[in-house]
Structure formats: C-alpha cells, structure tokens
Design a protein around this ligand. Structure first.
Ligand SMILES: Cc1cc2nc3c(=O)[nH]c(=O)nc-3n(C[C@H](O)[C@H](O)[C@H](O)COP(=O)(O)O)c2cc1C
Length: 146
C-alpha cells in the first residue's frame, strides 16, 4: 500500500508531530511539505492524506491548492488535523475539494494543538502540551486502521 501525506505545519509543528509518529510505524509513507513541493503525480499512490493545522477555520491554503492542482479523480483520501478548537467543521475546506474530485474518504482525525495565535499569545497560549502523547498515539492508531 503506497501512501503520500501532503501537509502544512508551521505554527508550532503540532501536526507534524502526528505525521512523524505515523512515519515511525510506516517507513514507506511519503510526507510531502506543501510549502516545498507544489506538484506531484499522486496517481501512483494508493491513498492520499491531507494534513494541516487549522487556520481561520480551514486547512492551510497551501494544502488546499495542492489538492486542487494535483489530486486525481476517484482516489482514496484521508485527513489529519490539529487545532486550537477542533470541530468537525475544520474539515469542510479540504472535504469540499475532495468531493469535487469524487474522492473516497477513508477517515478523518483531529486533535488539539498548542495555539498562540492572536490574543491567545497574551495568556501564554491555549492547549499547552497538545498534541499529547495520547493524541499522537491516537493518530498512529487511526492511520493503522484506515
Ligand atoms: C493564523 C492562525 C489562525 C488560526 N486559526 C484557527 C482557527 O480558526 N481555529 C482553530 O481551532 N485553531 C486555529 N489556529 C490554531 C492552530 O490550528 C493550532 O495551533 C494548530 O495546532 C497549528 O498546527 P501546526 O503547529 O501544525 O501549524 C490558528 C493558528 C494560527 C497561527
């Protein structure tokens, strides 16, 4: 099973922590930083993951653009995210693009991520210590049972 995960994780590297843990149990998974790579032939992967912190309620524009440009029709996809305030709406932006591409959604995982954006900085941030070890393991379990 070949898997690529396209990601953006720039605020505190919270989302990347989940991906690094996944990578440690599946050395074959290809992690693609959407800030470094803008084009990739995704047709040669069995499954494609999109992973991001949540910014203004959405996946990072870099990941959304990557999906718009590179995601072929009818692929198996999954989503991983971290957010200051995780809700199911956090997936809307990426799910909408995948829907246009007739993707088959395998699953979605979200957890808390340390957040010092805007006014939260004044109070030392919210969700300190997140993702926790448990949340990181949660992402690994999610991936294993996709
Ligand atoms: C510019 C900016 C906007 C954000 N907007 C949201 C938001 O709308 N909803 C939310 O729950 N968290 C929001 N956050 C918090 C991030 O989603 C959270 O810290 C996430 O774990 C960051 O992931 P990363 O470290 O992988 O980049 C925002 C953070 C930044 C820097």
């Amino acid at each position: 099973m070949t898997t690529a995960i396209i990601y953006y994780s720039k605020h505190h590297g919270n989302t990347k922590k989940l991906l690094d843990a996944i990578s440690s149990v599946d050395s074959e998974v290809e992690l693609v930083d959407a800030t470094e790579k803008h084009e990739l032939d995704l047709s040669r992967y069995d499954r494609i993951g999109f992973a991001s912190g949540i910014y203004y309620g959405k996946f990072a524009e870099q990941v959304l653009n990557f999906a718009k440009v590179n995601l072929p029709l009818d692929k198996d996809v999954f989503y991983i995210a971290s957010a200051g305030n995780p809700t199911k709406n956090c997936f809307n932006s990426i799910a909408e693009i995948a829907k246009e591409k007739h993707s088959n959604e395998l699953g979605r995982y979200i957890c808390h991520g340390f957040d010092t954006f805007g006014p939260f900085k004044l109070v030392g941030g919210i969700q300190k210590g997140h993702p926790t070890e448990e949340e990181i393991q949660g992402a690994v379990e999610f991936y294993k049972y996709l």
